[in-house]
Design a protein around this ligand. Structure first.
Ligand SMILES: [Zn+2]
Ligand SMILES: [Zn+2]
Ligand SMILES: [Zn+2]
Length: 143
């Protein structure tokens, strides 16, 4: 995909989620689209010469609230984010997939093909979120 096609795709995503286009949003969304793994704040910052932390924090929060990216829990509590499937929208995430964290290279991947099974809860409990994170060796590290 050429950069201009990609920029157009990013602009469409922002528009579909009713978000104003800014230079930082455009760039951060591009970084997510280019990445096959989940990203930390640090990963994103490394693409910028200078990026104010508050701007980054706010942008990620806005993206998360708007259904563009989802947060993935990690064992060391470093926030990880990955781009959402198209059916997520404002305040409603539909990312019902598992995640895989590689203990060797440290990368975390979305496993879109691994669906989280419905889990029966005791009476009175209602889950608004469920996470499945597997750990082990990823395909690259297993070669
Ligand atoms: Zn989502
Ligand atoms: Zn690995
Ligand atoms: Zn994911």
């Amino acid at each position: 995909m050429s950069q201009s096609t990609k920029d157009q795709a990013v602009k469409d995503i922002l528009k579909n989620h009713k978000l104003r286009l800014t230079r930082v949003r455009l760039k951060i969304l591009n970084i997510f689209l280019d990445s096959s793994k989940a990203l930390t704040h640090e990963d994103i910052e490394s693409h910028f010469d200078q990026l104010d932390r508050i701007t980054l924090y706010r942008t990620l929060k806005t993206f998360e609230e708007s259904g563009l990216i989802h947060k993935i829990p990690s064992s060391d509590n470093t926030p990880l984010y990955a781009i959402c499937a198209e059916d997520c929208n404002h305040n409603r995430h539909m990312d019902n997939h598992g995640h895989f964290h590689c203990l060797k290279c440290g990368k975390t991947y979305c496993m879109e093909e691994v669906k989280i099974p419905a889990i029966d809860l005791p009476d009175g409990y209602e889950a608004s979120n469920q996470h499945l994170v597997m750990e082990g060796n990823c395909a690259d590290c297993n070669e």
